[in-house]
Design a protein around this ligand. Structure first.
Ligand code: T5A
Length: 234
């Protein structure tokens, strides 16, 4: 039997950002965190997956370096899960219990999309891993930043241009892989409309930020009061 490790009624709020490569998640998490810090009166914890705790960051380095790739998507999924267990126990669940707003760059939907839909791992295996690793600690809101994969990969490449860094383990996958990813994230949003919202990430950063604020204000009004004539948060 699985014992829940965080109370269903934990007073914090858990928001995850998902999407393909270079969709703008880091950019928008930083902006939303600043807004929430200024306007919600709550502490805001910004974190990411894989990573977010010292041990999980070690696993991140191995995963993005491609160390687990030869072992296939199941082994990679297990490593993402190992990182997630530590991240949940050390950072996410304690922050939620303290009443903080947790903003996480990628979470369960990335495993579903990357190792599952695009990588070929059986969805039943992905669901079983989710059940034992995540248990009841589900996001209150998931913002899926949707962008054509060609545009996202170009943005990601532009960010590392001139740094001597090449594409990482997943950026280096084929365009067909990235197209399957986009379709997978959109399918997740269709399957769980109460938890997920799709944000058009092809616009300029200010327009994307505005859409995210409006979504947070309407889905989680306790965090960001809704004001303004266009339904946007002030
Ligand atoms: N993964 C992860 C799995 O396979 N399974 C899992 O279970 C999990 C949790 C993580 C990798 O691990 C995989 C998925 C990933 O491949 P990562 O380095 O964290 O690796 O990669 P990403 O999450 O994809 O993050 P990126 O940093 O590549 O992209 P972001 O955060 O979406 O984008 P951001 O904000 O850094 O922006 C990229 C560039 O675009 C510009 C920015 O200035 C930046 O230069 N930009 C814009 N340009 C134009 N218009 C906009 N609106 C822009 N917004 C940002």
């Amino acid at each position: 039997m699985i014992v829940p490790r965080v109370e269903e009624s934990a007073p914090g709020a858990f928001i995850t950002f998902e999407g393909g490569e270079g969709a703008g998640k880091s950019t928008q998490i930083a902006r939303l965190a600043a807004t929430l810090r200024a306007r919600s009166g709550r502490d805001v914890c910004v974190t990411r997956e894989p990573g977010g705790s010292p041990r999980a960051e070690e696993i991140r380095a191995a995963l993005l370096g491609g160390v687990a790739k030869p072992y296939g998507p199941f082994a990679e999924a297990l490593l993402f899960c190992a990182a997630r267990i530590d991240h949940l126990d050390r950072l996410i669940r304690p922050a939620l219990r303290r009443g903080e707003i947790v903003l996480c760059d990628r979470f369960i939907d990335s495993t579903r999309a990357y190792q599952g839909a695009a990588g070929g791992l059986d969805p039943a295996v992905v669901a079983a891993l989710e059940r034992v690793v995540v248990g009841p600690t589900r996001p209150d809101l998931t913002l899926i930043l949707d962008l054509a994969p060609e545009a996202g990969l170009a943005r990601a490449a532009g960010r590392t241009a001139g740094t001597g860094q090449g594409a990482d383990r997943f950026e280096a996958e084929s365009l067909a892989f990235h197209t399957r990813l986009r379709d997978a994230f959109l399918a997740i949003a269709r399957a769980e409309p109460q938890r997920c919202a799709v944000i058009d990430a092809g616009r300029d950063p200010d327009a994307v930020e505005s859409a995210i604020r409006a979504t947070v204000a309407s889905r989680l009004p306790g965090l960001l009061p809704m004001t303004g004539s266009r339904g946007d948060a002030a």
